[in-house]
Design a protein around this ligand. Structure first.
Ligand code: AMP
Length: 586
């Protein structure tokens, strides 16, 4: 594979990419995208392309193969979806013309929805195929014909073998999160699927990492690809502001609630809240105002007069939260702020540094807070590497934390008011209530105050997501949701005669070890017990519960022995082949 290498230029010049008077972003138009897609991007509130989009869209539109290093959160879905949609719009009639392969059911749904969203104006039909879905509706849709199939490899292969998915007409194949697909043992499936597609097809491969096995698959299936890598150089020394950085990981559905919670806890005097799109800016502002915050929106879709008014309100302290897109904030003279809050992790380290540079200026204390989706943890790690700064991942504050904070704040306000004096009128009122104790009267008055400030609102706990350590991947497969545990008790799950049901959680002192082979490879509990006992020379009675799923297994072993077991098992052969073995983090 001989490729053309492009380093991503992460500097984003504001002058050339700010939206023009029509609201269209010349950034997207200059990449060669045509009117229907530009209209869709405008409707979605995208103000400018992300670095991966800037680099990937032109070669993909030109028909080149592409090898792109990009994690979730960088905007890679649009980077391949927009060119594929434009090509489909140019009179390709044979179907399906595009196949997108993704590792998990969740990603299949997410990518399918994104392609549908971007292809709205073009009326592109998209079908999502993944394991666990009934075949009936899939067969019907395949028979009728669809433009784009988004599938997990296992289910795609099922359909190919049944003769229900025919790939002779495919013009473009996208392999998304290829490292994750290989990790899950889909290498052979990918080869088998690609074999069914025409040699003349265009192929794009995206992967968060570029180990040799990805290069090897690229070598086999890509022709003279354009190669795009996120610049590896760290951000220049001294350019990262000295700011305390924190992140909270929550599922997408809880992001709004998490943002509101974090803002309440932060006690921010003046904060900039960054969102990726105009739509998000508007939605977040409305949500925050609804929760009693003094928030204002600023983005490229607003007139100059509106923006000036908002800036004036923020500078004078009338507004404490300014919710902005990167483009809008870039051109503004924003004074020092106490907090920068990323409602979305930005698509590159450069933008992240630019954002957090708004706080912690001139030796003052600053705080940067990021809310992120579980799938974006890899991007967070890459930002940490580039900026050489640590981001502390903390659990989302609980309802009890919030109440305690509210009471603290109330206590502080009462003490301050006592110190300021001038209480005569109110004291007379307390005297009129002399049939009650002074403590009861004060408590009732405080209750009124809490209610007036919205503090009696019913709050829900926001579920936390376990942090994924830098070097491990959570195993996922068809039928296993991201962020969830492997489905216990599913067809492949086995139970050892320990008497402990598999869903009883991990025993104290035991670690869970992931073995990258499962039912599909003919693995049975005895194979794993045998391999562990033989290789690590431990008594098989020390091995705990074993779950065998379709493509991987999880074995409970004593924590103290886990590193040795992982090392030795990783070198051994199980059922005649080497398989990945590592700690399983849920
Ligand atoms: P992805 O990395 O493809 O999962 O995208 C991450 C998120 O970024 C998604 O929510 C997209 O809607 C959003 N996004 C992608 N491209 C842009 C863009 N150019 N401007 C604003 N948001 C974007």
């Amino acid at each position: 594979m001989k490729g053309v290498s492009i380093r991503m230029k992460q500097n984003q010049s504001s002058a050339s990419t700010s939206p023009n008077a029509t609201g269209f972003s010349p950034g997207f138009a200059s990449l060669g995208l045509e009117a229907p897609l530009l209209t869709t991007l405008e409707t979605l509130g995208y103000e400018e392309p992300t670095p991966i989009q800037r680099e990937a869209i032109p070669p993909l539109l030109a028909g080149r193969d592409l090898l792109g290093q990009a994690a979730t959160g960088t905007g890679k879905t649009a980077a391949f979806a927009l060119p594929l949609l434009q090509q489909l719009g140019h009179g390709i009639t044979a179907r399906p013309a595009t196949l997108v392969l993704v590792p998990t059911r969740e990603l299949a749904i997410q990518v399918g929805e994104a392609v549908q969203r971007y292809g709205k104006e073009l009326r592109t039909s998209v079908l999502t195929l993944y394991g666990g879905q009934p075949f009936g509706p899939q067969l019907y849709a395949l028979k009728r014909g669809v433009d784009v199939v988004v599938a997990t490899p296992g289910r795609a292969l099922d359909h190919i073998r049944r003769g229900t998915l025919r790939l002779q007409a495919v013009k473009l194949v996208v392999l998304d999160e290829a490292d994750e697909m290989l990790d899950m043992g889909f290498a052979d499936d990918l080869d088998a699927i690609l074999e069914q597609t025409p040699k003349t097809r265009q192929t794009a491969l995206f992967s968060a990492t570029m180990p040799p096995r990805i290069r090897s698959i690229a070598h086999r299936h890509l022709r003279n690809p354009v190669e795009i890598t996120i610049a590896k150089e760290p951000v220049k020394a001294g350019t990262t502001p000295r700011v305390q950085q924190t992140a909270y990981i929550v599922a997408r559905s809880h992001r709004g609630a998490a943002l509101a919670r974090v803002i309440e806890m932060a006690d921010a005097k003046s904060a900039l809240v960054f969102c990726r799109t105009r739509l998000e800016v508007d939605d977040v502002t409305t949500m925050l105002i609804g929760r009693g915050q003094r928030a204002e929106a600023i983005h490229g879709g607003m007139s100059q007069g509106q923006r000036d008014r908002v800036m004036q309100a923020f500078k004078s302290g009338q507004t404490s939260l300014l919710v902005a897109t990167d483009v809008a904030a870039r051109g503004l003279d924003i004074p020092h702020v106490s907090h920068v809050i990323n409602y979305d992790l930005p698509a590159s380290a450069e933008v992240y540094v630019h954002r957090i540079g708004r706080t912690g200026r001139a030796g003052r204390e600053g705080t940067a807070i990021t809310i992120l989706d579980p799938r974006e943890q890899r991007l967070l790690r890459s930002i940490e590497q580039h900026t050489k700064a640590r981001v502390n991942v903390l659990p989302i504050p609980s309802v009890a934390d919030l109440r305690a904070k509210q009471l603290d704040r109330l206590q502080g306000a009462v003490v301050e008011t006592l110190q300021q004096g001038g209480l005569e009128v109110c004291r007379q009122l307390v005297e009129r209530l002399s049939s009650h104790t002074a403590v009861d009267v004060a408590a009732a008055a405080l209750k009124l105050l809490v209610r007036a400030q919205g503090g009696e609102r019913t709050e829900q706990e926001i579920p936390g997501i376990p942090v994924r350590p830098p070097d491990t991947r959570r195993p996922m497969q068809d039928g296993v949701r991201t962020g969830g545990r492997p489905q216990r008790g599913s067809a492949g799950a086995e139970r050892r005669p320990t008497g402990r049901p598999l869903d009883a959680g991990r025993r104290a002192g035991m670690a869970r070890v992931y073995v990258g082979a499962g039912q599909a490879a003919g693995i049975r509990p005895g194979d794993l017990v045998g391999a562990i006992a033989n290789e690590a020379k431990i008594n098989s009675a020390m091995i705990g519960a074993i779950e065998i799923e379709e493509r991987f297994s999880i074995v409970d072993v004593p924590e103290a022995l886990a590193p040795r077991i992982i090392q030795l098992l990783g070198r051994a052969r199980i059922k005649g082949r080497k398989v990945p073995v590592r700690i399983f983090h849920e």
